[in-house]
Design a protein around this ligand. Structure first.
Ligand code: ZN
Length: 106
């Protein structure tokens, strides 16, 4: 199972996108802490059920060749005929984030 985490919301360590709004700082710190706790809880539950869990960070999706190589490595141990990762074609528009994942206005 591969999660694609937004760096801001899921707090990618030492990433320039991992900022903390200055307004209502306590709210944001609590929000981020809850997000991280939920991520850890979900990962633990999925692993307990036998899933291999990996995270791809939002900032890692900008270089498609590197992303493709990373996904190929992640899935290398599960080579099932007919499931090879297809060559990534360039989308006409960048992937859109879910509305609930958008950053607040500064
Ligand atoms: Zn990042």
């Amino acid at each position: 199972m591969v999660f694609v985490h937004g760096c801001f919301w899921h707090r990618h360590a030492q990433c320039r996108r991992t900022t903390t709004p200055t307004r209502r700082r306590a709210f944001w710190v609590a929000k981020f802490r809850a997000n991280r706790a939920r991520d850890q809880r979900c990962t633990r539950l999925l692993k307990r059920q036998g899933w291999k869990v990996a995270v791809v960070w939002e900032c890692e999706t900008t270089n498609r060749n590197e992303l493709r190589a990373r996904l190929a490595r992640l899935f290398a141990t599960r080579s099932v005929p007919g499931t090879a990762i297809p060559k990534v074609s360039e989308p006409t528009q960048p992937a859109q984030m879910d509305a609930s994942e958008k950053r607040p206005n500064p």
